[in-house]
Each structure stands twice: as C-alpha cells, then as structure tokens.
Design a binder for this molecule. Structure first.
Ligand code: 0O2
Length: 221
C-alpha cells in the first residue's frame, strides 16, 4: 500500500513542479514578446535582462514548516505564491511601471497582488516592484492556474539586492548593525543614481526628438 501511495505522490509532485515550469515558460515568452515589440516600435529597450527560478524542494519544505502548513500540494499551491519567480531588470524606474502596465493589459494574466517597494522601500533598504500573478497553464487534460511572483527592478536596485543577499547569508541572516546602516545608505545612493539616470535619459530623449524634428523640417516640401 505504501509503495502505491509513494508512487502516486511522486506522479502528483512531478505534475505539481511541471506546471510551475510551464507557467514560467509562458510568462517568459510574454515578456520576451513585449521586449522585442517595444524595441521594434520605439527603438528602445525597456528590459535589460530576465531571470527565472523555481524554488527548490528544500526551500519549499522550509517555507511549509515556517508557515505551519500541512504537506498537502493543493494547500501549498494556494499558500506559497513564490514557488515560481521571474525577475525583470530595467535601466530606468519609469520602465518598471511601463512593464507593470503592459502585464496588466494581458487579458489572460491576473494580477493578484502588487507590492511597491519602490514607493515604500523595506526597512532593509530593499527596493523593487513585486507582483503576484496568476498564469493559466494549458495541459493535455485540463487547465491550471499557477501563481508566479514577478519582481521588476532597475540595474541599481538589483546590484544592491544581490550584494545584500550575499551579506545576509554570509552572516547567517543576522547582519551586524554597522553593516545594516551602511546598506540602507547604499540603497539611498542607488535610488539617487536611478533618479539621476532617469532625468538624464529624459533630457537625451528631448534632444533626440528636437533633432528629428529639425531634420524633418529640412526635407524640401
Ligand atoms: P529568494 O531566494 O529570492 O527566493 P514571503 O515571500 O511571504 O516569505 P514577503 O516579505 O511577504 O515574504 O515577500 P516579499 O516582500 O514579496 O519578498 C520576497 C522576495 O523578495 C524574497 O524572496 C527576495 O527575493 C526579495 N526580497 C525581499 N526583501 C528583500 C531584502 O531585504 N533583500 C533582498 N536582497 N531581497 C529581498 P525570498 O524567498 O526571501 O528569497
């Protein structure tokens, strides 16, 4: 009996993990299409790069225990919404909201939750725009809806987050106060850089349009 149960569970678990992979494939394709279309029309790339990851079974188990959940796939599916993650890195903060809007306009994607850690950074200094999405996955015999966590951030925010993440694990999740303060300061510097780059970019775009208008004016009627 045990053997049959284990076998059945293995099939269920494989299907469970598979649907997250498919959901990430689907959302990645959507983002890539947006990126290419935007590039063709506006001659401008709002997306630097895209990363995806699926939580490891160990990390899922840890979260199940932390949240005091039963080991029930249906409950895990609904309670842990970041098993599948996609991270989009942009150059400018305005790109982040532009992408958010483009995602919101996709009729088959449902936005379940938005956490704007740019508007309201975490105490650590962490900045990013987080969205929990519900993505449809079409299988041979059914359609499933899978949660995907989307994180959108600038290069500067990503630089900060990856260093902070390294320090966090180096000190076993207890960063010394001295470093915490410096990290918060560094996050402010990153935000300042983002604002500076944004305004520079705006200026460059204005100049570019002026030049285009002038060259258009110089075409004989
Ligand atoms: P990993 O390794 O990236 O998967 P919860 O997800 O419910 O436990 P919370 O705070 O409600 O917690 O979720 P939230 O705020 O959406 O943040 C979850 C993810 O955002 C984290 O995933 C990190 O990727 C990132 N994040 C949030 N805060 C910080 C921070 O202070 N520093 C850094 N570097 N990243 C942060 P995981 O699962 O923790 O890690």
């Amino acid at each position: 009996k045990m053997h049959i149960q284990a076998k059945q569970f293995k099939i269920e678990l494989t299907r469970f993990m598979m649907s997250y992979r498919f959901a990430l494939d689907e959302i990645s394709t959507k983002v890539k299409i947006l990126k290419e279309e935007f590039h063709l029309i506006h001659e401008y790339n709002p997306i630097e790069h895209i990363n995806t990851r699926i939580k490891t079974p160990e990390s899922i188990i840890k979260k199940v225990q932390k949240k005091n959940l039963p080991f029930d796939l249906e409950i895990i599916k609904n309670s842990i919404q970041d098993i599948a993650g996609i991270r989009i890195i942009c150059s400018f903060v305005s790109d982040i909201y532009r992408i958010q809007e483009m995602i919101a306009n996709q009729s088959d994607i449902e936005i379940i939750e938005i956490k704007d850690y740019i508007e309201q950074p975490k105490d650590s200094g962490y900045q990013s725009l987080h969205m929990i999405l519900k993505v449809p996955v079409f299988l041979s015999d059914r359609q499933e809806h899978v949660f995907v966590e989307m994180q959108i951030r600038t290069i500067a925010m990503d630089f900060w987050a990856s260093l902070e993440h390294k320090i966090y694990y180096k000190y076993n999740k207890e960063i010394p106060a001295e470093l915490t303060n410096q990290l918060v300061e560094a996050a402010h510097t990153a935000a300042l850089l983002d604002r500076k780059m944004e305004s520079l970019n705006t200026e460059i775009n204005i100049l570019k349009h002026q030049q285009e208008d002038e060259s258009f004016d110089s075409i004989p009627a």
